[in-house]
Design a protein around this ligand. Structure first.
Ligand code: ATP
Length: 606
């Protein structure tokens, strides 16, 4: 590895630069940092914590969750109340505030997330509006509108913390949280959040429960706001409802977006701008809400990745991403097991508001074969795939995989039982690399392991290593290992379609459902796709292909099911189905008295 590559790996794969920066900031008092500046930097640490929580739920999971300020208030008040009852230990305050934040997150998140994305935004928004009313309701403990004053320095294991001691605690706690969050973001859980913000459907089909992921992201995102509340109380020595307003919420949202909502290290940058930036000037005070709003719109549209996104682009130019270890070092098709199983669809029916999309479909696909489903537009092919993969419930009938009934299961449960699938349009996964995309195909195997990821337990390293090896093997299986380090979004459409198949292969599916993988591919890409599918079949896979490109189907399929108006009208080997009079009539409009050419069986050309 060259020095440049080593530097690149250090900057991209470890938090070393950020740790160094935080340690330097923590040591600043040794170099004479004045008390006023210690307070300013502690305030940045506090806002960093809140912004990092917003990053998790809003930036990564794509939920507009606005309850952070309310959780911040609950942390601040609980530590003030504890102080007034003689519990001055800051660590005790953190522990209670984090528990309260988790409960608050669950109570506000569960009802909001059950409904829809906007419901969460509304529930959490009202929660912020409720804060002053709640504080008034419990006036005897909270001091009502007057608040609670006279909160002096906290203690740390019995020792009173002076200004500098408090400053160091604030910086260290913020760094520790950021490291935990960073560990989470680079884990399966974090990758799932990135996929979730791009496509909930894809998330489910990769084995992730969208609802659980959303709740987890929201609740975990609430925790640092609780910590921030405790620090805020001891920083100001005073808490009142006026500190936890909508105005603060908008300012924090602006800081999060400016720093980079989907970036761990964007939070301190945004928080620093919030505390030290021009909007703090007295002349801006009156217009600050307006200014933050304009800031949000401009930065949100012009630089959606925020300053961290710009920095990432610059860094990628200076220090190119190193290729993955293991790529090209002999991982081969032999390392991949694709244990296909028998899939049975029996008597499946589905109607949409009176329209019969499927009327009693029966089909069986054996392992080690490619079964193609063809038919004109609206025949019910995609509906059938959606039923098998659990994205739609069947009205009647059953789907079985190796004798195990899938009917009635949710998409992520079906995926976890071994059903892999691709979609007609590949989802754009932002800045995910090709290798990361393929690794995500493994997520349905085993659990997310968030705790072992956060704490970097040996299990995390084992799972990560296994994911990486399987992903590299799947890429070399398809001859794509050279692209491992590239941004997936930068690949041409044909390669992205292949990548979708490779991602499913990495998850060692029992059955692989491919929805129009050949659409838009040129001849050489079609050849590559055909070769890949044959290799999957020869490795033992069960492949179900929905496709309009009939010449391609006739070339790769072992068995063809022709559908029309929600029914299977012919089934058998390709050469039999293409001569079937009902299939000819279906495609040629009952005019056909001759055997059609393959291109005439393609609805795009008839
Ligand atoms: N979510 C839905 N709501 C209402 N109608 C639907 C829905 N999904 C499919 N349909 C209808 O069900 C029928 C079958 O659609 P489906 O997409 O499964 O056909 P297809 O064979 O995959 O067609 P294409 O080749 O154009 O993708 C069509 O008439 C379609 O309009």
């Amino acid at each position: 590895m060259s020095t440049r590559q080593r530097l690149s790996a250090l900057a991209l794969d470890t938090p070393a630069p950020a740790i160094a920066a935080f340690v330097l900031v923590a040591l600043l008092p040794l170099f004479g940092l004045a008390g006023h500046w210690q307070q300013q930097l502690a305030l940045i640490a506090i806002y960093t914590l809140i912004c990092s929580g917003l990053n998790l739920s809003f930036g990564y999971a794509g939920e507009l969750a606005l309850g952070q300020v309310a959780v911040f208030a609950s942390g601040a008040y609980i530590s003030a109340i504890l102080y007034q009852h003689g519990f001055t230990d800051i660590l005790g305050g953190f522990a209670v505030a984090v528990c309260l934040a988790a409960v608050t997150g669950l109570l506000t998140g569960i009802p909001g997330l059950r409904l829809s994305r906007w419901a969460l935004a509304l529930v959490s928004f009202f929660y912020v509006l409720l804060v002053p009313e709640l504080l008034k309701l419990f006036e005897s403990e909270t001091g009502g509108t007057a608040g609670l004053a006279g909160i002096l320095a906290p203690t740390f294991f019995g020792w009173p913390l002076g200004t500098t001691g408090f400053y160091v605690v604030a910086v260290v706690v913020t760094l520790l949280w950021m490291l935990l969050q960073r560990n989470l973001i680079v884990s399966r859980f974090g990758q799932f959040l990135r996929i979730l913000s791009a496509s909930p459907t894809l998330t489910e089909s990769l084995g992730g429960s969208v609802y659980r992921l959303r709740v987890q992201a929201y609740v975990i995102g609430a925790l640092p706001a609780g910590l921030a509340g405790v620090l805020y109380t001891y920083l100001t020595g005073f808490v009142s409802p006026e500190a936890f307003t909508l105005h603060l919420l908008i300012a924090l949202l602006a800081a999060t977006v400016v720093g980079g909502a989907a970036s761990v290290w964007g939070a301190p940058v945004g928080a620093a701008i919030l505390v030290l930036g021009p909007l703090q000037l007295k002349s801006f005070e009156e217009y600050s809400t307006l200014a933050y709003g304009v800031f949000l719109v401009v930065i949100g549209t012009a630089f959606s990745g925020g300053l961290a996104g710009l920095a990432r682009k610059l860094r990628d130019r200076v220090l190119p991403r190193p290729g993955p270890q293991g790529a090209g070092d002999g991982e081969s098709a032999a390392d991949l097991s694709i244990p296909g199983t028998r899939m049975v669809v029996a008597g499946v029916e589905k109607s949409f508001a009176g329209l019969r999309a499927l009327s009693g479909v029966d089909l069986t696909v054996e392992p080690g074969t490619i079964a193609a489903i063809i038919g004109p537009n609206g025949a019910g092919k995609t509906t059938l795939l959606n039923l098998v993969s659990g994205l739609l419930p069947a009205d009647t009938g059953r789907v079985e995989l190796a004798g195990r009934e899938l009917t009635g299961l949710r998409a992520h449960q079906v995926s976890r039982l071994g059903v892999g699938r691709t979609f007609q349009t590949p989802v754009d996964l932002g800045s995910m690399s090709v290798l990361e995309v393929v690794e995500s195909g493994r997520f349905r195997k085993g659990n997310l392991g968030s705790l072992s990821a956060i704490l970097r337990l040996p299990k995390y390293h084992r799972v990560r290593e296994a994911d990486r090896k399987a992903a590299v093997a799947a890429l070399s299986f398809a001859g794509l290992e050279h692209a491992a380090a590239q941004d997936a979004a930068s690949l041409p459409l044909g390669t992205r379609r292949l990548l979708e198949v490779v991602r499913s292969v990495a998850g060692e599916p029992s059955v692989l459902l491919l929805d129009e993988p050949a659409a838009g591919l040129d001849d050489s890409e079609l050849r590559e796709l055909g070769m890949l599918m044959r290799r999957i079949r020869d490795a033992g896979g069960t492949v179900v292909l929905v496709e309009h490109n009939v010449p391609f189907v006739m070339d790769v399929a072992d068995q063809v099911f022709a559908m029309e108006l929600g029914r299977v009208i012919a089934a058998g080997p390709p050469e039999v189905v293409r001569r079937d009079q009902r299939v000819i009539d279906s495609y040629l409009g009952r005019r056909g008295r001759r055997e059609p050419a393959d291109h005439e069986l393609d609805p795009r050309t008839t």
